[in-house]
Design a protein around this ligand. Structure first.
Ligand SMILES: [Zn+2]
Length: 145
């Protein structure tokens, strides 16, 4: 792990996770299959095997997709009153597409959040990251930047 590749804050680490990249270096792939997190980063070797995303990404995807699809359904029903088969033809593919499309990026963001915050076995990685960043932070404070 080198200082120049480390994320500076939680949003940067989570954005790397959304892009399905290693939160530590931003280069290696975070997933080895659709929802299988790699045991370690193929680029920097950061271990991911102890992540505990569990069902949290699925809950978040349900909340996000629900907040997109339900207002659209209500708007279309209120304005156009289409037949039920049209509702089915519109919202089922949209809902499935949104859920499948969001699941991997959201899971990547959750794993990256756990990594950045030192949760579930990521504590040694967080301590190592903080130890690397400490001298740089001191140099910035001393130079007055
Ligand atoms: Zn990496």
């Amino acid at each position: 792990m080198t200082l120049d590749k480390l994320p500076r804050n939680l949003p940067q680490a989570m954005w790397r996770g959304v892009r399905c990249r290693c939160p530590a270096c931003g280069e290696g792939k975070l997933f080895r299959a659709f929802l299988k997190v790699a045991d370690e980063c193929p680029s920097c070797g950061e271990p991911f095997h102890h992540h505990r995303a569990d069902d949290f990404p699925a809950y978040l995807v349900i909340v996000i997709a629900g907040h997109i699809v339900v207002p659209l359904i209500l708007m279309v029903e209120t304005d156009f009153h289409p037949a039920y088969w049209i509702h089915l033809a519109l919202w089922l593919p949209l809902t499935l597409g949104l859920c499948l499309g969001l699941l991997q990026p959201v899971k990547g963001a959750v794993v990256a959040m756990q990594w950045f915050l030192g949760m579930h076995g990521f504590e040694p990685a967080m301590k190592q990251r903080l130890a690397l960043m400490q001298p740089a932070t001191l140099e910035i404070r001393q130079s007055g930047a």
